[in-house]
Every structure is written in C-alpha cells, then in structure tokens.
Design a protein around this ligand. Structure first.
Ligand code: IPM
Ligand code: MN
Length: 353
C-alpha cells in the first residue's frame, strides 16, 4: 500500500492532480497495487484564510509517505514567491530532494514546433541540481529603496551537491543505454565558481568508463536545444540553469501541458509535479491540460517501482497523442480537463498488460 501525500495547491493544480489520481487509480486496478492519499491544503487560499504557510510538523508527516504529488503553487494575491518558496522549495530543501529530474521527450511529431524533428530526435533527461545555487536564499537586500541599494543573491555550489547530481546523471545514462553520454551544462567561462562542476564531472566520469561526457555553456545549450536536440542524452546542470533550460525543453516536446518532473532523493520520500505553473486565470474552468500532471504521476510510479504501470501510462499517453484526438496541449484544446483524464484512463485500459 503506497502512501501518497497530495497537495493540489493553487490555480489549476487541484484540477490536474484530480486527473492524475484518476489515471493512478485505473493503473492500480489493472496492475494490482494499492495506494492511499493524504490531502494537504497548502497553497495561497490556505495562506489567505489561515495565515499559515506550512507548519513545521508536516515534514515528519511527509516522511511517513512514499511520495508526494503536487499540482502547482502560485497566485498573484500573495507576495511574489512567498508561497512557492514555502511549499515547493520547502519540500525540495527540507526533504533533501537533491535531483530534479525532467524528461524532455517528444511523444508525437505533430507536437514539435521545430520543423523536421522526429520523435527520436527529442529524447533527453535533464538532471537539475535541486537544493543549491541561487535558490538557497542566502543573500539579501540592504539600503532598500535608496540610491545606495545593494541586492545580493549567492550562487552556492557544494562538492556534495554537485557530486550527487553528477553521479545520478552518470547512473541514469548507463541505465538508459541511449548514447551513453552525459552533458554538463554550465557557464564556467563566465562564472568561475562553476569550475567545481567541471572538475566533479571529470572526476566522477572516470568511474564510468562506459559513459562519455562533454559540456556546453548554457547559452549555447539553449541554441542546441532548438537546433539539434538529438545531441543530448543526459544533461546535468545547476538549479537555475535547469529551471530555464527545461521550460525551453518543454516547448520542444509540445508545451507546458506535457512536461513533468520528479524531485528525487533515491530511497526516500520524493515529490512529483508538472513543471507548469498554476495558471490562475484558468482555475476551475475545466480547460487546463492534465497530461503533465498525469506524466508526473507516471514518474512517481516509476520511482515507486511500479515499472509496468509506468510504462503503460507512457504508452497510453503516446497512443492518445498520436491518435489525432487531441489537437493541442494547452487550454485551447477544446477538451475539458476531466475528459482528458478519462481518455488517458480509457486508453490505459486498452493496453495489453
Ligand atoms: C519550477 C518552478 C519553480 C522553480 C518556482 C515555482 C519556484 O519554476 O519548478 O521549475 O523555479 O524551481
Ligand atoms: Mn520553472
């Protein structure tokens, strides 16, 4: 019995999570596993109503679960980033989810905005370091609102943080058996502190003689992502570069309506979420595309060891996206959120076990 903590969150979060759970339920019936959910109310509504962001006690509760499934956080009624930092970064940092794994995979040629790209051309995994860099919050603002104002955000990299992300990337490249390659995406030419990444990849790479490694500067990597996405297999990168690079990647694979992520600490409770935001203007309109949330649930099953069910969900989504029934993966698809969940669940039912 898997214990899953569910945080619907803000905007379209609860709607898309509902569809993810629908597909999970169907997968559980077919593939013979069980799960129970604990719902948590955290998000902007909860904050406005109660003044509470996230109570300290919840982290020990999270640790009693096998995984956390999150919709989206973000609402203009709260101070910029306040609730995101508390709920999302809180989970990432406090549970030490040191890898943010983001698959960039094209499921249907029709979804790719780049001409002449085939599905095999867009198939990479981004390993985004998830607990350091400018996200630690170290720094601050002094002499605010004066002509002498100073604002500092520190880009922090520890050997431990780099190494665990890099090692994860090499292991993943080995497991994938695609090009047996890890690409470090950095900006070590301008940010000399990122030399720690260069050296870590070099050193860890020696332990993986079967895996080659190269590197690309983030600006060039963005260009390659659009020009030649087929050059990537596993990408390992810093927290902020990974954040930006994967939104670009999401567009290459068909948009924010499909891109999912796992915030992972192998062997410990980990968190799965679509990479899109809360899209407040679409809240409760039943128009948001739930495929990204469904794919986040798919990643969660893979993490939990339900490999067959995970592959089946991916296949169900692939076949649906190639069926021509879904015209787009945004709010203009013409297919209600709840119908799209039904369609994936039905497709899953058709797949041979
Ligand atoms: C993401 C999001 C978050 C991030 C925000 C909501 C803090 O953009 O998961 O990619 O920057 O990591
Ligand atoms: Mn982002």
């Amino acid at each position: 019995m898997y214990k899953i903590a569910v945080i619907g969150g803000d905007g379209i979060g609860p709607e898309v999570v509902r569809e993810g759970l629908k597909v999970l339920k169907k997968a559980a019936e077919i593939y013979g596993f069980e799960f129970e959910t604990t719902e948590y109310p955290f998000g902007t509504e909860h904050y406005i109503e109660t003044g509470e962001l996230v109570p300290e006690s919840v982290y020990s509760e999270y640790r009693e679960h096998d995984a956390i499934y999150l919709g989206a956080i973000g609402d203009p009624r709260a101070e910029v980033g306040l609730v995101e930092r508390a709920v999302i970064a809180g989970i990432r940092f406090r549970l030490d989810l040191y890898v943010n794994l983001r698959p960039i995979k094209l499921y249907s040629e029709s979804l790719c905005p780049i001409k002449d790209k085939k599905i095999e051309d867009v198939d990479l995994m981004v390993v985004r370091e998830n607990t350091e860099d400018v996200y630690t919050g170290l720094g601050g603002i002094m002499k605010k609102d004066t002509p002498d104002e100073v604002a500092i955000a520190n880009m922090i990299f520890t050997r431990k943080g780099c190494e665990q992300a890099v090692r994860y990337a090499f292991e993943l490249a080995r497991e994938r058996k695609k090009d047996n390659k890890v690409t470090l995406v950095d900006k070590a030419n301008a940010i000399r502190a990122q030399d720690i990444w260069t050296r870590t990849v070099e050193e860890v790479g020696r332990e993986y003689p079967d895996i080659t490694h190269d590197h690309a500067y983030i600006d060039a990597a963005c260009m390659w992502m659009v020009k030649n996405p087929e050059w990537f297999d596993v990408v390992v990168t810093t927290n902020i570069f990974g954040d930006i690079f994967t939104d670009l990647g999401a567009m290459v694979q068909g948009g924010m309506g499909i891109a999912a992520s796992g915030n992972i600490h192998p062997g410990q409770v980990s968190m799965f979420e679509p990479i899109h935001g809360s899209a407040p203007k679409y809240k409760d309109k039943n128009v948001a595309c739930p495929i990204a949330a469904i794919m986040a649930a798919q990643m969660m099953l893979d993490f939990l060891g339900e490999k067959k069910a995970a592959v089946a969900i991916e296949n169900a989504v692939t076949s649906l996206l190639n069926s021509g029934k879904i015209k787009s993966l945004d709010a203009r698809s013409g297919i209600p959120t709840s119908d799209m969940g039904d369609m994936v669940a039905a497709e899953l039912g058709k797949i041979k076990k």
